[in-house]
Structures are given as C-alpha cells and as structure tokens.
Design a protein around this ligand. Structure first.
Ligand code: SF4
Length: 328
C-alpha cells in the first residue's frame, strides 16, 4: 500500500507538490495521454458511457440529473476519452458560469469566425451537451453564487456556442430563463444571431443582449443599428482585433469594445493581443471597454500570481449602464 508522507521542507514548492499529489493522485497517463482517473471518476465515467452507448442521451441525462453538481463536473472534465460530455451550464474563470445550450452554428457549418478561441483550444473535442431541462442547475445554485453572478451583470448565455435556432434549443433557453427569473438571477446573452433577438428578446427572464459585431460584418452594421433602436435590451459589442477596428467601432457608435479575442496564436493573421495598459491608452474615457476594469491579479490555488479576467469588478456589466446613457 502506498504511504503518504508529509512534506518537511519549508519551501512553498514542497507543499505545492504535496497538494497537487492529493488532488491529482494519479499523475500517470493512460495510453492516449489523458490523466488516469481515480476510482470515483472511473466509476462515474464508465457508468455514464455505458448508459450512453446502450440507452442513448435521454437516459444519460437522467443519470446526470441523479448525481451531484460536483460529480457532474467530474464527468464534464474527465470523460474525455472519445468526446466531452458536459452540462449546458459550465464554469469559467471570467464570468463564473455560462449557459451554452447549443454549439455555434457557424463552427458546426465549418465557417467559424476567424478569431474564434474555441477552434484553438480543448473545445475542439467532439461534445455532447446534456439538455438543460434534465439538469436544472440554476434551481440548485446557492444564493451566494446568485448574488455573485448578479454583481457581474448576470449569468452569461453563449460563451463557447451560439444560438442555432433549433426547437430543442428554444425549449432549453425558455426553461433556463424561467429558472433564472424564479431565482432572481439576471441573464445576459452575447450572440451574433439576430434570430435569437427576435425570438427571445421579450422573455422577462432575459436582462440584456449583447449583439456581437466585428470587422467581417458577420452581423451587418446597418441591421445591428436597427436592432439596437428597435429592441430595448440590445446593446452593440465590437470585437477589436487591431487598432483599425477602433475606428470602425467609433463610426458605428455606442459600442462596448471587447479586446479579448486577439489571441496570441492569431498574430500571424494581424490580430493583436492587447495589454490592459494598451486598452486604457487607446480608448477614450467615455467608451465602455470590456475587461479593463475587470482584470486583476490574483493568487491561484498554488499561491502563484496570475492575471484573471473577471467581470466582478467591471463597471459596465456588459453595457447595462451604457445602454441607459447612450441609447439614441
Ligand atoms: S463588459 Fe464587464 S461584465 Fe461584461 S464581459 Fe466585459 S468585464 Fe465582464
């Protein structure tokens, strides 16, 4: 039997490696290079995959509902041998949680936005999304988390996906927004899909819609302006990939500027990764700029200083204030 030894060193590194060993006991890798699972994870993964293979996604959803949120997170993160199985509500460091009921239809059609971060990361894995009706996480979210999410402008809808207009997606969105309303949780959608605005704008559970624009006019600018005028909850959000985009955004007017897409792996495309200082220097005081006020240094679990993009300290909250001040 393996005996555990307490670290005797006073150096943080000794403690860090001991902590890592405890939370991640098997650092061994399997033949496909994935970390070996501990017995609980192995059991959950096997049960889930068995149900999935023998009885289909509906039964797998029932199983997912019967287990705790923590266990579900294990499933989401560890069932990676052939595909990722995840709930529609997932955690992320910037917005705490997000709701993604459908994969991005552009990406599915093989035509993703040129700056899409999900095509350069682990999101590449084929994914099965458990329908929200079978998981209902918002009903079980703690009051503390609801308060925290509301302090960031609400839970984000569409982070790694976008609206695909399918009836089953509409059902999930309606159930989700109903739960948000019942629990007093605000919800803000960030989308490029105009049909989402037409279909869900008037849902009382929805607080705000950010229509995401870019230099490629994936949403035509003139249509975006019309939507902003027509729909009370719509604000415009412009993706800044290099300095010339600032001019375009200013011509459109009243846009929330978002710099977070100039991923460093895209510099060959002429996209720039902006530092916080550059964002402050380049933008004008009256402009709403995502992730400037929200960026902060934090210590992570291993006591290392890291820069976090977080919405908690943001004063714009995805433009809610900006909409009131600048709507024509
Ligand atoms: S504008 Fe503020 S609340 Fe919205 S994503 Fe950016 S940092 Fe977060």
């Amino acid at each position: 039997m393996k005996t555990k030894t307490r670290p005797t060193g006073t150096k943080p590194a000794a403690w860090q490696s001991a902590i890592r060993g405890r939370i991640n006991p098997g650092t061994e890798r399997d033949e496909q290079g994935f970390r070996k699972l501990n017995p609980t994870e192995e059991y959950l993964k096997n049960t889930f995959l068995n149900i999935l293979q023998n009885s289909g996604t509906a039964a797998a959803s029932d199983f997912a509902e019967s287990i705790s949120l923590k266990e579900r997170l294990i499933l989401q993160n560890r069932t990676r041998l052939t595909r990722v199985i995840r709930s529609s509500v997932t955690r992320n460091p910037k917005t705490l949680y997000s709701f993604d009921p459908s994969p991005c239809p552009r990406k599915t059609a093989g035509n993703p936005c040129p700056y899409c971060y999900t095509i350069t990361s682990s999101f590449k894995m084929p994914t099965i999304i458990l329908p929200y009706e079978t998981t209902r996480e918002i009903q079980r979210l703690s009051w503390r988390m609801i308060e925290k999410l509301n302090s960031t402008g609400g839970i984000r809808i569409f982070s790694r996906g976008d609206y695909d207009g399918k009836p089953e997606t509409d059902r999930q969105i309606e159930t989700f927004l109903q739960d948000c309303q019942e629990r007093g949780l605000q919800a803000k959608a960030i989308t490029k899909n105009l049909s989402f605005v037409d279909r869900h704008h008037d849902n009382p559970g929805l607080t705000m819609i950010n229509l995401s624009l870019d230099r490629f006019e994936t949403v035509p600018f003139s249509t975006a302006r019309e939507y902003r005028k027509k729909y009370n909850k719509v604000i415009l959000r412009f993706v800044i990939l290099n300095d010339s985009d600032l001019e375009i955004a200013r011509r459109i007017g009243n846009c929330l500027l978002t710099f977070g897409h100039g991923n460093s792996s895209y510099t060959r495309k002429g996209f720039h990764t902006y530092t916080k200082e550059e964002k402050i220097r380049l933008t004008q005081p009256e402009e709403s700029t995502c992730c400037v006020t929200g960026t902060e240094k934090k210590r992570n679990f291993f006591n290392q200083m890291i820069t976090c993009m977080t919405c908690e300290n943001c004063r714009f909250k995805c433009g809610i204030g900006g909409k009131e001040n600048s709507h024509e």
